[in-house]
Design a binder for this molecule. Structure first.
Ligand code: SF4
Length: 234
């Protein structure tokens, strides 16, 4: 199968790849065969994240998995990452941090920026750090699923990422929430304990609330704002 890059993007190649790749495993295998060391998986270690980490480890046990540590995650998330490192010792779990510490951010932009301007806070603590990591590779993998939200409903296996100017690969687009949890249970994967406390989608502690209806799995994120994406996916 052909390789596609952002700088030599070809809609016909994208279309034929999206058609030829049969399922999630086919997508993951193609991704690592095609980009070899030139690809990373950006993982927040939510439910989809641990599934994808497990699947990727079967294809490339030495894959690079990047976690954007905003310094504001739940303690349960940090605990889960330690379990992941033990379960997959060959994976390169890379923790990347923002250029500004929380104290520096408060000094430059004021205290509790997430309460006043979450877009700017996400930009400093998530988007810039991911951009720095993506500067080193041609492609990245994400655990987006189409049913997660209206914004994600048109995601393809292979996507042109105009924000980061990379190829974005999303193997799990057709998975349902039930598929994710069936896989977790069958494979006895460790998962974030907050999922058992009505947190379907888990981000920073300051911006994540539990959800008590099943209308939108991301309803608990930035619930006081007209915002349901951190800006990594446009
Ligand atoms: S999710 Fe909230 S706390 Fe985390 S980076 Fe974005 S605005 Fe800041």
């Amino acid at each position: 199968m052909e390789k596609i890059t952002y700088s030599k993007w070809d809609d016909e190649v994208q279309e034929s790849l999206n058609h030829e790749l049969k399922d999630f495993m086919d997508v993951i295998k193609w991704a690592y065969q095609t980009y070899e060391e030139d690809i990373l998986y950006a993982c927040s270690f939510g439910a989809e994240g641990i599934v994808l980490t497990d699947l990727i480890s079967k294809v490339n046990p030495h894959a690079t998995v990047v976690f954007l540590d905003t310094d504001l995650h739940f303690k349960e998330t940090y605990q889960l990452i330690e379990k992941i490192k033990k379960r997959y010792p060959k994976l390169h779990v890379k923790i990347t941090r923002p250029a500004l510490t929380l104290a520096q951010q408060a000094e430059e932009h004021g205290d509790k920026l997430w309460e006043r301007n979450p877009n700017q806070c996400c930009y400093i603590r998530k988007i810039e750090p991911l951009e720095k990591e993506l500067n080193e590779v041609e492609a990245w993998i994400s655990g987006l699923r189409r049913e997660q939200s209206a914004n994600r409903a048109n995601t393809e296996y292979i996507n042109k990422d105009n924000q980061f100017k990379k190829v974005k690969i999303c193997p799990l687009i057709h998975w349902t929430w039930e598929d994710v949890w069936t896989y977790i249970e069958l494979n006895k994967l460790d998962y974030n304990e907050l999922h058992d406390q009505n947190y379907p989608s888990i981000g920073c502690e300051k911006c994540t609330l539990p959800v008590f209806n099943d209308s939108d799995s991301r309803a608990g994120r930035w619930s006081s704002f007209e915002k349901n994406e951190c800006g990594l996916h446009q």
